[in-house]
Design a binder for this molecule. Structure first.
Ligand SMILES: [Zn+2]
Length: 394
């Protein structure tokens, strides 16, 4: 009897998943020095040393490794640091963030964290676009190279070097989420084979990856909590009076709060991606406001004015009212932001399968996102894509 009960407990606990630490922002960012403990939805007995599983594995080369490229592809066959191993309870949260092995464990956890979020939005398992050649993704947790890249069968993480201080991208959730964004997009649309000159596949890929990073970041309860507490629930970032965006420690938010329209950007892919990212962020904020109004936490007047041209008086009035409501009902603000995040995440994910990577233009991508959105998100997204000059108003 006792054995049976223990077995039942053991298997129930197994299904809970496996524990890891993730830094939602790199640990040198003020306010983010401590990692969050996350449960990845993978049974403990399915994760081996490395870590590794049926979908991916981590390698940590001993010597400087040449970055992967056209004629250099996985698997890595050189000397490797000994792989990270699970603790006696088969969880990975016993590994000290100061240790070498933590880089591998952290990178692995970030990749799975992002994948599981987007798999939820997409509604079916994500299969690597390269799985005919490489059944598993190889994650190289440290390369002495100031870059991070994802490609055919790999995710490779270097380190930034500022004044001699090296900071591994393996500890940078934002960077990893962005790179996984590229892989998710290719896995859903397939690889472009005959790009046209007018095509926007690469700018869209950059925009999508930035949004994957932003929306995935908003899946840390601690991140939503910190963001709302710091702003007292006020995400009115447009206004020049509000310096929040520029000084925001969250890199995703700094990037997403731009004012660029299509007539103001060059053909360079990252530049051309900015209006799309901005439209998505604006939409999240606007849907958040609607949610706040619907939940009796903000003045209805918030929905009737163009927030980009808010007068100082109006701004102050909204800020005071929001701060007062936030003081009493912070939890409702968290629910509102999560609802806005998911409405937009769902729309983006729903659009992917309808896109043709060879001929894709940003206006088509925007139209597909609107078509995949439910109301009122669709209306909000449309008006923001119009303001950004990505589509013309109908
Ligand atoms: Zn990129």
């Amino acid at each position: 009897m006792r054995v049976l009960r223990d077995d039942a407990l053991e298997s129930g606990d197994q299904r809970l998943g496996t524990r890891f630490w993730i830094f939602p922002q790199p640990p040198f960012i003020p306010g983010y020095e401590q990692p969050d403990r996350v449960w990845l939805p993978i049974p403990r007995d399915e994760i081996g040393e490395g870590p590794s599983d049926a979908m991916m594995y981590v390698v940590d080369p001993v010597y400087d490794k040449q970055p992967y490229g056209f004629d250099r592809l996985p698997p890595f066959r050189g000397a490797m640091h000994s792989p990270a191993t699970p603790g006696p309870d088969r969880h990975f949260d016993y590994i000290s963030p100061d240790s070498r092995a933590f880089l591998s464990v952290h990178a692995y956890a970030c990749v799975h964290f992002v994948l599981s979020i987007w798999q939820n939005y997409i509604g079916r398992p994500i299969r690597w676009f390269f799985d005919q050649t490489f059944p598993r993704l190889e994650i190289v947790s440290f390369v002495n190279w100031d870059n991070a890249q994802a490609g055919y069968g790999f995710l490779e993480l270097g380190c930034s070097d500022t004044d001699g201080i090296r900071r591994p991208y393996a500890l940078n959730f934002d960077t990893i989420a962005h790179e996984i964004g590229h892989l998710i997009l290719l896995s859903e649309t397939d690889v472009p084979t005959a790009l046209t000159r007018e095509g926007d596949f690469f700018p869209f890929s950059e925009a999508f990856s930035d949004v994957v990073s932003l929306i995935s970041f908003l899946h840390f309860d601690s991140a939503i909590d910190r963001l709302l507490r710091r702003t007292k629930g006020n995400l009115l970032l447009y206004n020049e009076l509000n310096r929040f965006a520029e000084t925001s420690p969250e890199s995703q938010i700094r990037l997403a709060t731009n004012f660029r329209r299509m007539s103001e950007v060059t053909r360079e892919v990252h530049d051309r991606a900015l209006p799309f990212v901005g439209a998505i962020f604006d939409s999240i904020v606007e849907i958040y406001h609607r949610e706040l109004v619907a939940r009796d936490c903000a003045d209805r007047g918030l929905l009737d004015i163009d927030l980009r041209h808010l007068a100082r008086d109006d701004f102050e009035r909204f800020r005071t009212a929001t701060a007062e409501a936030f003081r009493i009902k912070p939890m409702i603000f968290g629910l509102a932001l999560r609802a806005a995040r998911d409405a937009v995440g769902q729309a983006l994910a729903g659009s992917l399968r309808t896109l043709d990577p060879d001929t894709l233009r940003l206006d088509q991508a925007a139209t597909a996102v609107i078509a995949a959105a439910s109301q009122p998100a669709a209306t909000v997204l449309e008006s923001n894509f119009v303001w950004r000059e990505i589509i013309v108003s109908r």
